[in-house]
Design a binder for this molecule. Structure first.
Ligand code: SF4
Length: 454
């Protein structure tokens, strides 16, 4: 009995990304002779009964079940799955990993649907746990990074050091039906898949959940690993676009430029997009921008956050609004569009900050309409540097696991934000959307005329 079921709960958002959280765990288990069944709930949205059938077929010889979850809908859907497991077999251990159990340890381990928590980077922990369970060894205290209950007491083992992704096996694509994850991405190509080449981020932005999990560490595939994976995906699945889902793709400049050179040298033809740091882009020479372009980069996601220097300082950003304007101009020279994420509704001076953010956006739009902007409302997130500050300013955080299951990053309300403020933000969002789409349609119209030779 060495079968493991790994479940990725539906996050219920629009994105349709490869479930790397369970793919990487499944890879290391499969490499060590465990039989792995991956269940990505989003694939069964039309027919949820199929999930029960998979459980029914596999549960009797399952060693344990793993559930990976972020805060919000994934907790709710993960709990739903755990209840199904308990209905079919009340003895099979249920192991949780990912953001939510790693950060909300105590509240999670007390749930009747949780037997173990894997804290932080899970690959080596899950392998050690699997080996213990297969040999029926109940001494878990020597598995660093594991949390469990022992005679009614919560046992939190020593934290485990993260390892570089280059020390872990390359993703085993055979565990997953990659074709089901090929999507159209208007800024990349109509045959795009997501890819994660690194985890964590060494920076410490006040609102960002990345550090709650990775504690400012950054763990990455090498440029060669990335190249091998992407080469394999392009050659085997008729894909011509890659959307990098790394939180900060550009931490190591040498890694990125080596990757671009490998792509150009081998004449690998595809388009790609990723999240990039403003200071990384500010430091690029024209030749380096050209390498990005030639290797297929079409769009970069930029966390510009605010037009107010005071707020940038408050949230720990090291760039100035002027840097944002500079890179917006430079990227256009190289045909790379930028997708700026802005956040408004901070606990300090939200009205002044929103005004300055609009001014920054408009000063960019005066020069080019090629870039896109999305405006989020600040949502306090547990474990982040600003969380305590938000609580001191009247934010009442969720308490129970069920409360955290209802946490919706996009719908959080904070006491310092009024309904009128939210309406003004919504109006401005609409204005940005309409004008961006009009520009795109105008360009498409002109291109169609040229193509038709009119
Ligand atoms: S917001 Fe981006 S740059 Fe800042 S800590 Fe998070 S991942 Fe890093």
């Amino acid at each position: 009995m060495n079968k493991v079921l790994l479940f990725y709960p539906n996050a219920e958002d629009k994105a349709h990304w490869l479930p790397y959280a369970i793919l990487t765990l499944g890879t290391i288990l499969a490499d060590n002779e465990f039989e792995v069944v991956l269940i990505d709930e989003v694939l069964y949205a039309e027919n949820p009964r199929e999930i029960e059938k998979i459980v029914e077929q596999n549960i009797e010889d399952t060693l344990f079940v793993g559930i990976s979850s972020f805060i919000g809908n994934q907790i709710r859907n993960g709990l739903k799955f755990a209840k199904i497991i308990r209905t079919y077999n009340c003895k099979v251990p249920i192991v949780w990993g990912g953001w939510h159990p790693s950060i909300l340890k105590e509240v999670t381990i007390k749930s009747e649907y949780v037997d173990f928590i894997i804290q932080g980077q899970g690959e080596l922990i899950i392998l050690e746990l699997a080996n213990k369970l297969v040999s029926k060894d109940n001494r878990f205290s020597d598995i660093d990074g594991l949390i469990y209950m022992d005679n009614g007491l919560i046992k939190v083992n020593k934290e485990r050091k993260f390892v570089q992704r280059s020390e872990l096996p390359n993703y085993n694509w055979e565990l997953i039906d990659v074709k089901k994850y090929i999507v159209e991405d208007k800024a990349i190509s109509d045959k795009t898949v997501s890819y994660i080449s690194s985890q964590g981020c060494p920076l410490n932005c006040g609102f960002c959940s990345e550090n709650a999990m990775y504690k400012r560490g950054w763990y990455a595939n090498t440029a060669y690993q990335m190249y091998d994976d992407i080469n394999f995906l392009l050659k085997n699945y008729d894909i011509d676009g890659i959307s990098f889902y790394d939180s900060n793709f550009t931490v190591d400049k040498k890694r990125i430029l080596t990757f671009c050179e490998l792509v150009i040298r081998s004449d690998l033809k595809f388009k790609w997009a990723a999240a990039a740091d403003i200071l990384f882009l500010r430091g690029l020479t024209n030749e380096e921008w050209e390498l990005l372009r030639k290797s297929g980069c079409t769009r970069l996601l930029i966390g510009a956050e605010s037009g107010s220097e005071k707020i940038l300082n408050l949230i720990g950003k090291k760039f100035k609004p002027k840097d944002v304007i500079d890179i917006s101009e430079k990227s256009i020279e190289f045909g790379i569009s930028l997708y700026f994420t802005m956040i408004v509704g901070w606990p300090e001076n939200p009205i002044d900050d929103f005004q300055k953010t609009k001014e920054l956006i408009e000063s960019i739009r005066e020069k080019t309409l090629e870039h896109e902007f999305i405006i989020h409302i600040y949502a306090p997130f547990i474990g982040t540097p600003l969380y305590q500050y938000a609580c001191e300013n009247g934010y009442i955080p969720p308490k129970t696991l069920e409360d955290w299951a209802n946490y919706d990053y996009y719908k959080i309300t904070t006491p310092w934000i009024s309904k009128e403020f939210l309406e003004k933000v919504e109006d401005y969002r609409m204005h940005l959307n309409i004008s961006y789409n009009m520009n795109k349609n105008r360009k498409k119209y002109k291109k169609d005329i040229v193509d038709r030779g009119e």
